[in-house]
Design a protein around this ligand. Structure first.
Ligand SMILES: [Zn+2]
Length: 148
């Protein structure tokens, strides 16, 4: 349900696990999520008011359906900072490292003009990221649409 928010938080550098794929409203799954949040000192973000209530301090009810408003809610609560780091893979949460020439060359979706670009690599997905693609648009949205 919060898949877009998950990807955005990873682009913003935050270690973000996703519970997508787990059945919703399942009491046993919910208890497991709360246990993981407690053990790993994570905050459980949810659209499920009942789950948020059960989680008390370690859960947060996300109010909006719009992703930028969701990020704004987290900024207002001082849970995240308004910045884009491009430091984690948006698909799998693995920290990105600088890509080497070979890796950049291996990605047929990479821009041909490498000037002024920095490339990053997810060693888990074998996926190439660079500033100026997805990151650029998101950076503009963060600058223009968010306060704080
Ligand atoms: Zn990845």
């Amino acid at each position: 349900m919060l898949g877009t928010l998950t990807r955005y938080l990873r682009f913003m550098g935050y270690d973000t696990m996703s519970a997508n794929g787990l059945p919703e409203g399942d009491k046993k799954e919910d208890s497991m999520l709360l246990a993981i949040a407690g053990q790993e000192h994570r905050i459980l973000l949810t659209k499920d008011a009942e789950l948020a209530r059960r989680g008390e301090e370690s859960a947060l009810l996300i109010r909006s359906d719009e992703v930028m408003e969701q990020v704004q809610q987290l900024i207002d609560l001082h849970l995240v900072k308004r910045r884009l780091t491009l430091s984690r893979c948006s698909l799998c949460n693995t920290p990105l490292r600088e890509a080497n020439t070979c890796e950049v060359g291996s990605a047929d979706y990479a821009p041909k003009d490498w000037r002024n670009l920095s490339f990053f690599w997810c060693s888990s997905c074998k996926k190439l990221y660079w500033n100026g693609s997805h990151g650029k648009r998101l950076e503009e949205r963060i600058e223009n649409e968010l306060k704080g």
